[in-house]
Design a protein around this ligand. Structure first.
Ligand code: DHB
Length: 466
């Protein structure tokens, strides 16, 4: 009898591409089940392995048993994130990332994950929270269960993703082996293995959702105008339209309340800067935590300036004698503008991706904060607080209930307004305060996006693994 979920090394397709004049040969193992009782066709994964590993060869100093296992996901907007492959023409695809990872000698595992719009044949929702992370963990368990059969080092798993996918990557890193997910993993027939991982690469992770509304208003309370880009696909062509408007008086009032709510939350976290000094906020919203973020932005501007970028095209940035002399917080924010209305995530009319994420088998969308439930514009239910906490990486950093990845690389663009800067800064700082290895930056001029610095990301991985 064959062992369920065992990786079969004999069923593959050979592929070859030329990148920068170099021929890259690899084997593709496509459409593998990673659970024995899937509920959605998306629950399969692809494995890509550099060809030399099957003939005793080396790539970038790695061998079949030492190569890191890179697990990028394609989740965006908390929608279903299908398994990916090089040459994939779909807009969500990170096929180029997979190829660059193979050039570096990594084994790449791309798993398809359910999302908030996934449905069963009977029309019930099957991908509401926590499905995305349950599937990610099941894929990780598949990889670890197949230690020795599947090429690569299962003690060197690195997740990677952008935005909601960055949140997925980060949550996998924070919540290793957490009890909360055991029952749903068993129900899918996940492989008998652990799901803690080595490292996380997260770009602009849209996470900490229950505090993201308050953080957003702490940052943008002064700005009544909002500016959005809407993307629509018509006849396979992407169209971009600009939308803007002004907060209503009611929204402005809600913004004031949310801003005030952020201050005790932040202070309660008891974050420390690199020298161990407390990071706090005063009642007016100013304070050492805000200066700490401004310092990250200033350092980012300084690096861009040194690389020859004109950083003064951004409002509030002053340069003097080749140094970034100052960054005016309010002016800088005015320049990058507010993107979202109020509340930014737990929308009062249940129209946001996040309220949809917190739907249930039979309910399209639910609130996930007491604040939005109280102010709801429509008849609405409220997701279980335990579920909301379970998909927040911060939960695992503030209460001991998981095995946390040792190494973290987090990037959030300096002009990204999809969530407040405070959100990634809290994550990075809490990890640092726990003594973990964190590489964090707010890359200058970068909007909401990811995988824009793959050479640096892969150098970071090589420094840890080679
Ligand atoms: C994403 C972006 C958002 O602004 C958001 O609220 C949720 C998800 C995304 O790009 O994945």
């Amino acid at each position: 009898m064959t062992t369920p979920l065992k990786f079969d090394e004999t069923r593959y397709q050979s592929a070859q591409v030329t990148i920068d004049g170099q021929v890259l040969r690899y084997r593709a193992f496509l459409g593998l089940d990673y659970v024995t009782m899937p509920v959605d066709a998306i629950q399969q994964l692809n494995v890509f392995v550099p060809e030399p590993y099957f003939t005793g060869g080396r790539v970038n100093g790695y061998t079949r048993v030492t190569a890191p296992i890179f697990m990028p996901n394609t989740v965006g907007g908390y929608l279903p994130g299908p398994r990916d492959f090089p040459g994939n023409q779909e807009s969500f695809s990170r096929g180029a990332t997979i190829l660059q990872a193979l050039v570096r000698g990594y084994v790449v595992v791309s798993a398809g994950l359910r999302g908030r719009t996934s449905k069963t044949a009977q029309g019930e929702y099957s991908g509401k929270a926590p499905a995305f992370i349950v599937d990610m963990k099941a894929a990780i368990r598949y990889v670890k269960f197949n230690a020795g059969w599947l090429p690569g080092n299962p003690d060197r798993i690195i997740t990677n993703g952008t935005s909601a996918g960055g949140a997925t990557a980060a949550l996998a890193g924070a919540s290793g082996n957490a009890d909360f997910f055991e029952t749903p993993l068993q129900a899918l027939g996940a492989a008998p293995a652990t799901d803690d991982i080595f490292a996380v690469s997260a770009y602009c992770p849209i996470h900490n959702l229950e505090h993201a509304d308050a953080a957003y208003e702490w940052q943008f309370n002064d700005l009544a105008e909002w500016h959005q880009q809407r993307y629509t696909v018509v006849n396979n062509q992407a169209h971009r339209t600009s939308l803007s408007g002004e907060l209503t008086a009611t929204e402005q009032q809600l913004s004031n309340e949310l801003k005030s709510a952020f201050i005790p939350y932040l202070n309660h976290l008891e974050l420390k800067d690199h020298a161990g000094n407390p990071l706090q906020l005063q009642a007016d919203g100013a304070g050492s935590f805000r200066r700490f973020i401004a310092d990250y932005l200033t350092a980012s501007a300084q690096r861009a300036l040194a690389a020859g970028t004109d950083v003064t095209i951004f409002q509030g940035v002053k340069v003097n004698n080749g140094r970034v002399a100052s960054l005016d917080w309010s002016a800088y924010l005015r320049g990058i503008t507010r993107m979202k209305r109020v509340p930014a995530f737990d929308a009062l009319d249940l129209s946001s991706p996040e309220t949809s994420l917190f739907g249930s088998r039979l309910i399209a969308a639910r609130h996930f904060t007491a604040f939005a439930q109280k102010h709801s514009a429509v008849p609405a239910q409220w997701a279980d607080a335990s579920l909301v906490a379970a998909i927040n990486p911060l939960t695992y950093l503030t209460t001991h209930q998981s095995q946390i990845a040792q190494h973290w690389r987090i990037r959030h663009g300096a002009v990204d307004r999809d969530t407040a800067f405070a959100i990634p800064v809290i994550l990075a700082t809490k990890l640092q305060n726990l003594g973990l290895d964190v590489d964090f930056a707010l890359p200058w001029g970068r909007p909401h996006s990811g995988d824009y610095d793959l050479p640096e990301l892969f150098d970071w991985i090589d420094n840890l693994c080679r």
